[in-house]
Design a binder for this molecule. Structure first.
Ligand code: NAD
Length: 299
């Protein structure tokens, strides 16, 4: 049976590991947090004493960590880098959202040791992780992509091969930059309508069916009460944190700088979300940018 080491059992990694275990894989889980390990155990995962113990005989190693320095630290630079213990021929699937340069450089170190390392960041949030409906955006060779696909299909619904190493992270940054721009524009338009006497639900319906229609309007309306299940109707709790959106916009700005690709809209969105965070809203869902337009101050 395929043994999978799963490292990083947070909001996303925890339910992803649980879905693999539920599908019958032998999942050896590790996280620095004791609570995360207890939750993984209750979902049928075997709990390892260290990342090294989890990874050493595993066929596949999946990581779901906060940022590039954690990924590099785990596989390349740490006290016992996992690339020193992972068996030759094993495949590492890194689903963290990190910078493309780190993804490429870690893959290159792995390749020297005969270990595959691919970037496979996700879209779909905690709900998608729990439901097993994530979108995976993969940067890998064609062979590595085919090797990873059956596992990714257990945790996700849409699996894309964006290109070679790093391409998954670039595509993810493009998507999230666009999402930030769309959300900011949607907040801006709804606020202007409401200030001019329009009902936010009626205006949203009009724009949904018109040329301004977009994902934020369709499934994630930022105005409270318009969409029952959206974070806006739950005090902007849950969902995708403003802090995480700012992190992703930072990754997009790095890519823009390195490639001289102009991103004036992305830069404006980053400035807006950063101002919103400065008001104390980093831990609220990113659609809470609505309150920035409404002129509401942080508590
Ligand atoms: P999280 O903070 O909930 O989880 C990260 C986990 O990694 C924590 O449990 C932490 O203890 C663990 N960790 C950190 N360093 C470790 C190490 N060296 N060894 C073992 N465990 C370690 O974060 P999350 O929300 O699960 O996000 C994970 C990644 O997924 C991030 O890169 C994020 O940008 C991306 N992402 C998140 C969402 C979302 O909606 N939360 C959506 C898409 C992508």
């Amino acid at each position: 049976m395929t043994t999978i080491a799963f490292i990083g059992l947070g909001n996303m990694g925890g339910p992803m590991a649980a879905n693999l275990s539920r599908a019958g894989f032998n999942v050896r889980a590790f996280d620095l947090s004791r609570d995360a390990l207890d939750a993984a155990r209750s979902h049928g995962c075997e709990v390892a004493a260290s990342a090294v113990d989890a990874a050493k005989d595993a066929d596949v190693i999946i990581s779901m960590l906060p940022a590039g320095q954690h990924v590099r630290g785990l596989f390349v630079d740490g006290e016992t880098p996992l690339f020193e213990v992972i068996k030759k021929g094993a495949l590492v699937i890194d689903s963290s959202t990190i910078d493309a340069d780190t993804a490429r450089s870690v893959a290159a170190v792995g390749a020297e040791k005969g270990i595959g390392f691919i970037d496979a960041p996700v879209s779909g949030g905690v709900g998608g992780a729990q439901a097993g409906t994530l979108t995976f955006i993969v940067g890998a060779s064609a062979e590595q992509y085919e090797q990873a696909r059956p596992l990714l299909e257990v945790m996700g619904k849409n699996i894309f091969h964006a290109g070679d190493h790093g391409a998954g992270q670039v595509a993810k940054a493009c998507n999230n930059m666009l999402l930030a721009i769309l959300m900011a524009g949607t907040c801006e338009a709804i606020n202007m309508g409401v200030k001019n006497g329009l009902d936010p639900a009626v205006l949203s319906d009009i724009m949904k069916q018109s040329s301004g229609g977009n994902w934020a309007l369709n499934v994630y309306n930022p105005y409270p009460g318009v969409m029952e299940n959206a974070p806006a109707s739950k005090g902007y709790q849950g969902g995708f944190l403003t802090d995480l959106m700012i992190k992703d916009l930072g990754l997009a700005m790095d890519i823009s700088q390195q490639s001289a690709a102009p991103v004036p809209m992305g830069s404006a969105a980053r400035a807006l979300f950063t101002l919103h965070k400065a008001e104390g809203h980093g831990r609220l869902d990113f659609s809470s940018l609505m309150t920035f337009y409404q002129g509401k101050k942080g508590q």
